[in-house]
Design a protein around this ligand. Structure first.
Ligand code: KIV
Length: 279
């Protein structure tokens, strides 16, 4: 798609239902992001997410996707300790969840790991710029690569990852001009998030796009729907109708034949109810 100049559209997905909806919408890549630690599990960072949890969610997303490529994040500490660890753990994700590729955060320092993964047949997506697994080192969710030295480092990181065989690289929260430059220089497809419109594609967290997160509103995202409010309104209507006995109604209920219920009521000495509201 990069070579043809076609834009790549990606979104995160964490379960079967949302994967199917995103797949139906024609998205090209579904990322089982470790952002699930924040938007699904309610943690403050992505750090607590385990490999078993990633595999659990990735299995659901794979079942919901019929044409999109499914990529799973390797969670914190599942690939940093040693190349052997990374191979074993990425192998588990590929084998147990049947995803198409894995994503690793980091630049030149993880290139040897990326190379080995690619050598044994595991497609790899890189992720540089704001890497949430390093949030404590970065000191918060800040724009990366803003000065010459930092920008040069990110360009070198993208080149190392691409050379090592990563077929795509997520560029997160960096100046648009820098992301564009990396995109022009790198054979790997660049997928931006908070990196401007010059990347080969875009990825966003599905909860952000659909307006399902109350307290965090990153500048790089846009609400294409207000599902959070829609869901709260719907559940509030449901609560009222149940309390006021307006739900379930005749259409949602099942009936006994009148002669059967009459026999039962007589048998148990019960008088006719005022109105059962049922057919
Ligand atoms: O975990 C995630 O959702 C991600 C995307 C934001 C790129 O890594």
């Amino acid at each position: 798609m990069k070579r043809k100049g076609e834009r790549i559209v990606a979104v995160t997905a964490y379960d079967f239902t949302f994967a199917r909806l995103a797949d139906n919408a024609g998205l090209h890549i579904l990322l089982v992001g470790d952002s699930l630690g924040m938007v699904v599990q309610g943690h403050e960072t992505t750090l607590p997410v385990t490999l078993d949890e990633m595999i659990y969610h990735a299995c659901m997303v794979v079942r919901g996707s019929s044409s999109a490529m499914v990529v799973a994040d390797m969670p914190f500490m599942s690939y940093q300790v040693s190349v052997e660890d990374a191979l074993r753990n990425a192998g588990r994700v590929m084998k147990e969840a049947l995803v198409n590729a894995v994503k690793l955060e980091g630049g030149a320092e993880i290139a040897p790991t990326v190379r080995r993964l690619v050598q044994i047949g595991i497609p790899v997506v890189g992720h540089i710029g704001l890497t949430p697994q390093a949030i404590h080192q970065l000191g918060g969710y800040k724009v990366q690569g803003r000065n010459l030295e930092a920008a040069r480092r990110l360009i070198a990181d993208a080149e190392s990852l691409s050379e090592a065989g990563a077929f795509a690289i997520v560029l997160e929260t960096m100046p648009a001009e820098l992301a564009q430059l990396i995109t022009e220089r790198t054979p790997a497809a660049t997928i931006g998030i908070g990196a401007g419109v010059g990347c080969d594609g875009e990825i966003q967290v599905i909860h952000d796009l659909l307006g399902m997160v109350e307290d965090i509103h990153p500048r790089h995202t846009k609400n294409y729907a207000d599902l959070g409010q829609t869901i709260t309104n719907a559940l509030s209507d449901y609560r009222h109708e149940v309390i006021e006995r307006r739900f379930p109604g005749p259409d949602q209920s099942f009936s006994l034949k009148p002669e059967v219920i009459q026999v039962l009521r007589e048998e148990f000495g019960l008088t006719e109810p005022a109105s059962s509201g049922q057919r």
